[in-house]
Write a protein that binds this ligand. Structure first.
Ligand code: NAD
Length: 244
């Protein structure tokens, strides 16, 4: 693994799960890391925590400006904040579709817009978007969530084309079911959470869920100069789910 000495990174949704594991990995490898989150209260040194709601353009602009000022520049944006949604197209109304798109897609657009002027000043600029296997897998009961992640996938390809001549690479990771507080909250709603977890694990080709650290490793690779010739790609971190 490369080292991130001297690089400055911003991770949205970095107070929990995949974002937290990524922020900690980048910091352990030498990056200065700022976390933007709805609730950054659990974020400790050496990470810098900033409160931001990615559905609010002013909040994003102010938090990105404050983070970049404190970091002294920006090389890496990890666009990771996201929320889930269950059901078919009949199960969620327009307001819910708009709410989830507002976080999962427009949140990434807003944060990229605020970060791009700073990334243009970097000699190692990279954006990594947290997408999902749901973008391409055709999962049941995930119409809305899958549509948001399909849009994130297309956005990644289009942004890669738009910004490579400015020296900014844009890639995404596609996690399978990753063991984060999000999955914990979902399992807690089941009548028998332990049985539900066992069933979920049994559906994985590896017999276990993907860890947040494994997703963070893929994000770190795509954020690092080691992947300096790679842009417009998606890297699956799904324990083989995609091949099924
Ligand atoms: P998580 O719930 O553990 O963490 C998400 C973080 O995003 C939280 O800290 C939350 O406060 C923050 N957040 C949510 N809405 C926000 C907003 N409006 N503004 C700012 N911050 C906000 O979830 P996770 O499992 O770590 O998921 C992270 C990303 O990974 C999401 O984009 C998700 O779609 C994606 N993903 C997760 C899985 C999985 O199985 N866990 C699989 C594929 C993709």
């Amino acid at each position: 693994m490369t080292d991130f000495q001297g690089l400055k990174a911003l991770v949205t949704g970095g107070a929990s799960g995949i974002g937290r594991a990524t922020a900690e990995l980048l910091a352990a490898r030498g990056a200065q890391v700022a976390v933007l989150d709805l609730d950054p209260s659990s974020v400790d040194k050496p990470l810098l925590g900033f409160r931001a709601d990615v559905t609010d353009d002013t909040s994003v602009r102010e938090a990105v400006a404050a983070a970049v000022a404190e970091l002294g520049g920006l090389d890496v944006l990890v666009n990771n904040a996201g929320i889930g949604a269950q059901g078919t197209v009949e199960d969620n109304d327009d307001a819910e579709w708009q709410r989830v798109f507002d976080v999962n897609l427009f949140g990434m657009v807003r944060t990229a817009r605020a970060a791009l002027p700073h990334l243009r000043e970097s000699r190692h600029a990279a954006i990594v978007n947290t997408c999902s296997i749901a973008a391409t897998a055709g999962l049941p009961q995930r119409a809305l969530y899958s549509a948001t992640k399909g849009a994130v996938y297309s956005l990644t390809l289009a942004m890669a084309a738009d910004h490579i001549r400015e020296g900014i690479r844009v890639n995404c990771v596609n996690p399978g079911t990753a063991d984060t507080p999000w999955i914990g909250r979902l399992l807690a709603k089941a009548p028998d959470p332990a049985a539900e977890r066992a069933a979920l694990e049994a559906r994985q080709p590896t017999g276990r869920l993907v860890s947040a650290d494994e997703v963070a490793g893929a994000i770190a690779y795509l954020a690092s100069p080691l992947s300096g010739a790679t842009t417009g790609t998606s890297l699956a971190v799904d324990g083989g789910m995609q091949g099924l």
